[in-house]
Design a binder for this molecule. Structure first.
Ligand SMILES: [Zn+2]
Length: 420
């Protein structure tokens, strides 16, 4: 699949309009010279070394490589519960190979995996295998497991009869500050780039609602302080209200979902500079699908009941973030639906009145800001050469984000349009 094995040959992109990840609109037609994995030159015309590969992108818009900072590459959306309860850790890793491929082909050159439900560190292994060139996939940041209190969103032991439940007690259940500190340190020892915890209930577990809290303030404080002491940022699955207030007070770095956040909750995130990863497509698309009796019959009854109970509140909350100035970062929960559909978060955001500019920044420069990786998410001389192209202007038609036909990561080409 990789077209230029080594990424050693300089590449010149010509003919496309450039959007640099920051500007209010595309900057017009310009050229980019890529050398040694970096952007070496960018301008109306650039040097064309004799050995360079020239790629014509007429009619295209060239953008920074996209980032989906909330995915689950080990989750099989066709069999979500079974993929947690019945797939071995090895099989979870094998399943992820297809997901990684789909995400990269969609133009997502960076992802953050927001937890597996495994007994080892499958996603850390995947990240290392990509770094070593053993497998192909986007650059990964990993939160290995979702730390959860007993009976919280990340505790799935309630899916099984109690005599079998211990088998589902993966590495993530912790109650009380002492246990939480230990689990946070184990996660970091295991290779965590991020710590994730369940700050509220959720929709996908067999317990209470997404508007109910999980950890106490004292527990959240201990969790965040332990991670930050070791230089690791913290993200939390939390829907709204008291969960948001506690998480903000504890000092988390990002809030995942926020799908029941009030205007006050959003203002609190904004004031404290906390990033919001709203994962709107999965939540709203799922509610729409429930109208199909065949779909409803295909998922566990507890899920249907829970989703119906919160459907109105979730729909009502969907438009609120567009009115706030919170820093939105693109994340989808892909794995809860097919990974190849993750681009649909773009039109979903725009449908809820987020501007195309804000949606595109969410997946590029704002995402890079959250990762503290200023070399990513922008097109400028010296930046890492993660570059994609789409065959039209996404500022005019956001749905073209589903038609990425050029993908470069670290200066290596993984997909390119047919030769013209
Ligand atoms: Zn998730």
């Amino acid at each position: 699949m990789m077209i230029d094995e080594e990424g050693q040959t300089p590449v010149v992109l010509v003919g496309g309009k450039i959007w640099d990840g920051i500007a209010d609109e595309p900057l017009g037609v310009a050229e980019i010279l890529i050398k040694d994995g970096k952007i070496a030159e960018m301008g109306k015309t650039v040097n064309r070394p004799a050995e360079a590969k020239i790629i014509k992108l007429d009619g295209h818009t060239i953008l920074p490589g996209l980032m989906d900072l909330h995915v689950h590459v080990t989750l099989d959306p066709k069999r979500p519960i079974e993929s947690i309860t019945q797939y071995s850790d090895a099989y979870k890793g094998l399943f992820a190979l297809g997901a990684l491929h789909d995400l990269l082909m969609n133009g997502f050159t960076t992802i953050r995996d927001a937890c597996a439900f495994d007994h080892t560190y499958v996603t850390v292994d995947l990240k290392r295998a990509i770094q070593q060139g053993l497998i192909v996939g986007p650059r990964m940041f990993v939160a290995p497991h979702m730390i959860s209190p007993s009976g919280g969103h990340g505790d799935l032991t309630g899916l099984m009869a109690s005599e079998f439940a211990p088998a589902l007690r993966v590495k993530n259940i912790a109650d009380g500050p002492d246990e939480i500190c230990r689990v946070v340190r184990e996660e970091i020892r295991g290779g965590a780039d991020w710590i994730k915890f369940a700050g509220s209930g959720g929709l996908g577990d067999p317990y209470r609602g997404p508007d109910e809290t999980a950890f106490t303030q004292e527990e959240m404080n201990a969790l965040v302080a332990t991670a930050h002491d070791l230089g690791i940022p913290v993200c939390t699955h939390v829907y709204g209200a008291e969960g948001v207030r506690r998480a903000v007070s504890a000092g988390v770095d990002s809030i995942e979902h926020g799908s029941l956040a009030s205007a006050e909750d959003l203002a609190l995130m904004e004031k404290n500079g906390i990033f919001l990863v709203p994962t709107q497509y999965t939540i709203l698309h799922d509610l729409d699908q429930l109208a199909d009796p065949k779909y409803a019959a295909s998922i566990p009854a507890f899920l249907v009941q829970k989703k119906l109970k919160y459907a109105d509140a979730l729909r009502a909350a969907a438009g609120r973030m567009a009115q706030s100035n919170v820093k939105i970062v693109f994340g989808t929960d892909a794995g809860c639906f097919p990974h190849k559909d993750n681009w649909k978060e773009f039109p979903e955001m725009v449908r809820h009145h987020v501007t195309p500019l804000r949606a595109l920044k969410a997946a590029t420069s704002t995402a890079a800001e959250m990762l503290k990786r200023p070399d990513l998410g922008r097109l400028a001389v010296g930046k890492t050469a993660d570059i994609i192209a789409v065959p039209a202007d996404p500022f005019q038609d956001i749905s073209v984000m589903g038609k990425v036909d050029f993908v470069m990561m670290d200066g290596k080409i993984y997909k390119q349009p047919p030769n013209k």
